[in-house]
Design a binder for this molecule. Sequence first.
Ligand SMILES: C[S@@+](CC[C@H](N)C(=O)[O-])C[C@H]1O[C@@H](n2cnc3c(N)ncnc32)[C@H](O)[C@@H]1O
Length: 241
Amino acid sequence: MFSPEGPTLLELTVQAMSSTERGYDLLAPKFDRTPFRTPDRVLDAFAAVVEPLGPFVRGLDVCTGTGAGAGVLRRLGAGEVVGVDFSAGMLAEARAAYADAGAPPTRWVRADTLALPFAPAFDLAVSFGAFGHFLPAERPALFAQVFRSLRPGGYFAFPIPAPPPVGSRGYWALWGFDAVMRVRNALWRPRFVMYYRTFRLPDVRADLERAGFTVATAALEELGRRPDGSPRARAVLARRP
Ligand SMILES: C[S@@+](CC[C@H](N)C(=O)[O-])C[C@H]1O[C@@H](n2cnc3c(N)ncnc32)[C@H](O)[C@@H]1O
């Protein structure tokens, strides 16, 4: 699947029938050869929007995987970078990928994002490509955990794509994927939580505000605009007052 070096269909199936954590442990060695790794053009567009909010001293990449967001934090000039994820396999890949990256050293912490083990010290927390792994009911706890890991004035920033127009191919593809996952999770344990259509900006904004954040958004102009003129993706910039 995806490329000759990427996971096979059989491997992806075995991963999808595992728990979320175990699935990522299995996928880890080939993760960077899948489209699930956040593409560099998204990371670049995001970094361009977030950079003016700096300088940043301490950065946290939430659900870091193989470290895509940790790389952004380093580029934004953070002197201390921490990547947190619950998959030991993904963290091992991140550690190997950044072994030669020089200063600042990146610290890789294995923890569940719903129980982050940090003092309120970070200026900037980022997260890429992971919110589909949290049920809407878990969002208040997730946002509360990030909130209490930030220093006052710190930002929680992440990209969010515009939903595909209702009835488009993209719309039906995501709808179909979520439907298959719902059936899978109704019939099979352990659950693999991954849904594309549950992380909608109006709900997310309301949950962030309930967690205490002040929320702004900014278009990721480098990713272009849709035919109706709206941005293809935005950065959510949530600030701990
Ligand atoms: C699609 S990958 C994204 C990785 C990386 N951020 C990127 O953009 O390439 C999702 C990551 O979220 C992690 N994850 C999912 N749920 C988690 C949780 N509750 N606590 C910590 N990590 C979690 C997975 O282990 C996986 O590494």
